[in-house]
Design a protein around this ligand. Sequence first.
Ligand code: FE
Length: 316
Amino acid sequence: MAEAVQARVVVYTSRQPHLIEPLFQRYTAATGVQVDFTSDNEASLIERLAAEGARTSADVFITVDAGNLWHAAERGLLQPLDSEPLREAIPYALRDENDQWFGLSLRARVIVFHRDRVDPSELSTYEDLADPRWRGRLCLRSSRKVYNQSLVGMMIEHHGEARSEEIVRGWVANLATNPYSSDTQTIEAVAAGQCDVAIVNSYYLGRLLADNPDYPVELFWANQDSTGVHVNVSGAGVTRHAPRPAQGRALIEWLASDQAQAEFAERNLEFPANPAVPARGLVRDWGEFVADDTPLVVAGQRQAQAVRLMDRAGYR
Ligand code: FE
C-alpha cells in the first residue's frame, strides 16, 4: 500500500537560516506543507540552479537585493507568477516587471554618522558626501558588494553617467580608509572614530543598536528632499523548472501576506515590503521616510554600468 506523502516545497535561499527557518516552521504549522531548504550564498545557488536545469528539486529561490533577483531572472532561472494576491501585496517598484520575483522585506541604504562628530544638520544626500568638506571623513564598503552596485545603478538612473562618476570620484577622494568588506565593519569604523559618516544598510545599524542602545552611531535618512532614500529588498521567485510550482507560489503568497510580513521583516530589523503591514520595534522608532520609488529592476538593468563606473572612478 502506498504511503501518504506529505505535500512539500523546496527552497534555495541565501537568506541566513535563522532569519527564515522560523517562518517556514509557521508555514508548515498553518498549511501542513513541509518546507525543505538549502542555504548557500546567492552566487552558488544561482550556479546550482543553472547547472541543475530541468532536474532541479528547487521550487522557490529566495535571496537579497534586487540586483541578485534580477540576475537570476536574466539567467532564465525564474518564471512569471500570475498572482493577484502578490500584485496586491507588493508595490510595483518592489517587484519584477514581469512578476518573476517579488520583494518580501524592505531595507534602506542610509547614511550613518558618529553622534559626537557630526551634527545631522550637516547631512543631506549621498551626492553631498562627495563634497570636499567630507575629505578624510567617509567610510564605505567595497564596490564589489551588490548593495553598492544597486545604489550607484540608481544614481546613474537619476543623474546620468557623467554626473554619477563625479559623485563616486568625490566619495573616493573623501575616504578615510580603504573600503571595508562588510557593512558592520564600516559602521564599527565610524563608532571607533576612524571616520565620521558612512553608507550602509539600515538593519546592520539596527543589530548594533539592539545590542547596545548607547551605540554612538545614528541613522540619517538620505535624500529626503530629492530622490528619496535608496531602498532595496530581499525577495523570492518560483524557479523556471519548479517541480511543484503551485506549492512555490503558495509559499511566496503566504510570505507576502499580513500573517507573515511583520515577522519576516522584524527578524532582520527590516521593513515589511507589504505597505499594509506596519513596521515593529526599533525600526518603527526610526520614523517615517521618503523612499526612492524607482522600480528596483533598474538596479539590475544598470548593474554592469555601475560596476564599470565605480572601477573607472577608482572605487575598489
Ligand atoms: Fe546584508
